[in-house]
Design a protein around this ligand. Sequence first.
Ligand code: SF4
Ligand code: SF4
Length: 439
Amino acid sequence: MSRLPTFKGGIHLPEYKELTEREKIKKLPLPPRVVIPLNQNVGSPPRPVVEVGRPVKAGEVIAEPEGPVSSTLHASVSGVVTALDLFPYPAGPDSLAIEIETDQNDSSPELIPSISDPSRLSPDEIRRKVLEAGVVGLGGAGFPAQVKLDPPEGSRIEYAVINGVECEPFLTVDNRLMLEETGKLLAGLRIIMRATGAREGIIAIEANKMDAFYKVQAVVHKEKDIRVRLLKVKYPQGAEKQLIYSLFHREVPAGGLPSSVGCVVQNVGTAIAIAEAVLSGRPLIDRVVTVTGPEIKDPGNFRVRIGTPFQYLLEAAGGLPDGEIKIISGGPMMGIAQATLNAPVIKGTSGLLVMRPVSRERNLPCIRCGECLRVCPIGLIPSDLGTMADKERWDDFEGLGAENCIECGCCAYVCAAGRDLVQLIKLGKAALASRKVQK
Ligand code: SF4
Ligand code: SF4
């Protein structure tokens, strides 16, 4: 395994995937209500087109795209719109959302007639169907999928890559999807290749998911233009630039897109959602979430409607343990600690992790050990970035390449002084962005 492809820097983490990796995806019953935030995609949030009191059906459009980088939102359940207001949001302060009280009619969304041969569709038709179905990157970034399927003019896509790395500890959504929905994954990859003109498809899997590797390999082995590549287990192997480097030894330039080096990358769940959107017109109204943690009674992988409150999902996993706990939306490295269980599952919610808080001495003076430099996968100087952000020396902060930081958390993980490096860098990047807007 030591010769498997990888990238520079990074860290080896305890995985904890054994808690849920063998748990088949379970469909969660409908919650009594859902709260669907408008802000679920990179770019402009969609514009609501329903008012309070209006009955809606599962799969009906409730917000339409606003501008070229936006997406569509659908009612994830049938019921009645009960509010359009600020609600808890899992990735930041309260955010505008549409609340729907469920009528408990668990009907599937209305689908358009199925298409058996997507190769008859033009790239524009594929992108339109993906936009109409509201597909965004399900790995957490929320990038509108139709935008990624439309490479900038002049770029030539050689490789369509399915990111099946799932390098965050604890999370097993993509692992289960690769095992349970392999056919749809392959169909999604074919559609992505058709839309982008990629000549080869690659499905990249870390070497800690051998069951998924063998399953996917068995399905694609007769496909001449699709390969499965096994990668070394190292965090953050699943970050887009690191993945491209590991596979092809190509470096995406700072501020550049994968298309600049001939690649397009989509996560496993996104590729499956693309297949469903194009082949059967199914809108993105649910997703799979790993609910896990050492003290969770029934950890597992649950298919849940978008907008399901975290509280409801945690109860399905056996409820919360007694005592002080920390709840994280996402994985332990890049996830976001939650202040309330009223926040809902959004399209980018890959996991809910319940942990005991760890007490550790924090923010001691830097001992100049250089560990953070050694592990930074981007080649930045995290110790200096943290210092410049702390001192609000924004020109120096920017000069050190702060905007290229992918917020992976490797530097903070290894810091012997317990410095909150990622936190400082995140706040610094936000300050830099608002300084640019004001100029
Ligand atoms: S969080 Fe940023 S600075 Fe720290 S290791 Fe990751 S990329 Fe480097
Ligand atoms: S890892 Fe921490 S203590 Fe070591 S150089 Fe970096 S910031 Fe300083």
